[in-house]
Unconditional design. Structure first.
Ligand code: GAP
Length: 440
């Protein structure tokens, strides 16, 4: 089935997953808001990642560092000098492009001979100019020199500058990791493909500190673990996932080796997560710029070293788009759209419906909601025909429909309907909790 990003955008708005920011003002470019279902799904995904990192791995701990940090951090990290994208403008129609959209070797292009993809005019594109992606702000009531600060473009630096405090407080021994989920901001030149590339987004990053020499093995280990996470935990189709290795000309200034996990979105294969061997680049630079000794003391071996860092860096919003893209299914036979979201991360686990709005059925259905709601996100729905109610929840990705009918009043049973197959079975009220437990 061919899915388009437009179909996904439309469903997201219709069902309350994702909205364009500032919608009533005509929108705000490349910024999005998450509606009631979107925030449930986003929370479920991030909790799964958090658990995987900080609970399943005993040697990984969490951190929540601030968005605003000392401006020198961005000099040390290289972002002030090198976090640039090449920008090209069309003088005719005012469209704006990233030069590398035309060719990865855009430096070799003769821009006078290139046609603007939007208006078709040749000779009106400017030469590429470097554009820094960091958002600037000022700290304190007066805007003057020395008050300049940046909204962080990645969460990673917050981990590096706290690494020694965390290590000391938690008595961590190398190898150990620090995980963080938080907002990042990039003034992207062009933002396309819905929530894939936005100016405000969330990252889920884990920095793993290893002894130099153990870095290559650790990278292989994390590559495999992160790949497995997508299909084993998020339920993403394995055939739509692949690795992409960064060749020398693609490698970031800090990386010795880098791999992307890519997903085949409706607009093509694109990166959802990066796994990087950052060596001791970041700690060495922060040591140099802060003047603080950041060496790790390996007591049993009585040696000091700067750990190497293996980074796993995922975008939460991209992960959510991956889930939505993978789940979208047009069931043409039954004329319905189904979001086949894995029950473990589905925003709502079950809808409870009285067959009719009378005869004591709503009261009985409400009792079931009360019985389940402390453990699972469930909703009550009595509006419209039962078929319509089910189809609404199919689009919302709700895996189970529980219906209370007149027989329920007699023998305390309900029907349970499965979203993907539409199969229905009769189960006792007592069995409902176990059924949800077994499937979620
Ligand atoms: N600390 C390393 C780092 O930030 P990156 O490849 O620039 O590496 C990592 O970003 C991940 O963050 C990407 O794989 C992507 O999922 C997400 N990401 C980056 N820029 C984004 C943007 N403008 N909008 C949404 N997600 C973005």
């Amino acid at each position: 089935m061919n899915k388009t990003i437009e179909q996904i955008v439309s469903l997201c708005k219709r069902r309350g997953f994702v909205f364009q920011s500032s919608d009533i003002y005509g929108g705000f470019s490349a910024v999005y808001d998450y509606g009631p279902l979107g925030i449930e799904l986003k929370n479920n995904i991030s909790q799964l990642w958090w658990k995987e990192m900080t609970q399943v791995h005993e040697n990984i701990v969490g951190l929540d560092s601030a968005i605003l940090m000392h401006p020198k951090i961005w000099e040390a990290s290289g972002h002030t000098g090198a976090f640039n994208d090449p920008l090209v403008d069309c003088k005719q129609c005012k469209s704006r492009y990233r030069a590398d959209e035309f060719s990865e070797k855009y430096q070799d292009l003769n821009w006078k001979n290139i046609k603007c993809p939007k208006c078709g005019t040749t000779g009106k594109l400017t030469d590429p100019r470097q554009f820094n992606l960091m958002f600037k702000t000022s700290v304190g009531p007066v805007e003057e020199s020395g008050t300049e600060a940046f909204l962080r473009p990645e969460t990673a630096q917050g981990i590096y500058v706290n690494y020694q405090l965390v290590q000391g407080a938690m008595r961590m021994k190398v190898p150990f990791g620090i995980a963080q989920i938080g907002k990042a901001f990039r003034n992207e030149i062009i933002a396309r493909n819905f929530i894939f590339r936005t100016r405000e987004f969330e990252q889920m990053e884990m920095q793993y500190f290893v002894k130099p020499g153990k870095d290559d093995g650790s990278l292989i280990d994390w590559k495999n673990k992160r790949f497995d996470f997508y299909h084993q935990k998020l339920g993403i189709s394995e055939s739509k996932l692949r690795f992409h290795e960064h060749k020398n000309d693609e490698l970031a200034h800090y990386a010795k080796e880098a791999w992307d996990i890519e997903y085949e979105f409706p607009f093509g294969w694109s990166e959802i997560e990066g796994i990087h061997n950052r060596t001791d680049f970041d700690l060495r630079r922060h040591q140099e710029f802060s003047g603080k000794n950041l060496l790790y003391f390996d007591q049993p071996n009585n040696e000091k070293f700067l750990p190497y860092i293996i980074e796993t860096s995922a975008g939460l919003n991209r992960m959510l788009l991956t889930v939505l893209s993978d789940a979208y299914w047009e069931d043409t036979e039954n004329n319905r759209i189904v979001m086949k979201i894995d029950p473990r991360i589905a925003p709502v686990k079950a809808v409870i419906c009285p067959l009719v709005k009378k005869d004591g059925l709503p009261e009985k259905a409400r009792k079931i909601v009360d019985q389940l709601k402390s453990q699972y996100k469930v909703i009550y729905d009595q509006q419209g025909s039962i078929g319509k109610r089910y189809y609404r929840q199919d689009e919302a990705g709700t895996p189970f429909g529980i219906t209370v009918d007149h027989q329920s009043l007699e023998d305390d049973t309900v029907t349970i309907r499965y979203r993907d197959t539409q199969k229905q079975e009769r189960v006792s009220n007592e069995q409902i909790l176990n059924l949800l437990k077994d499937n979620i």
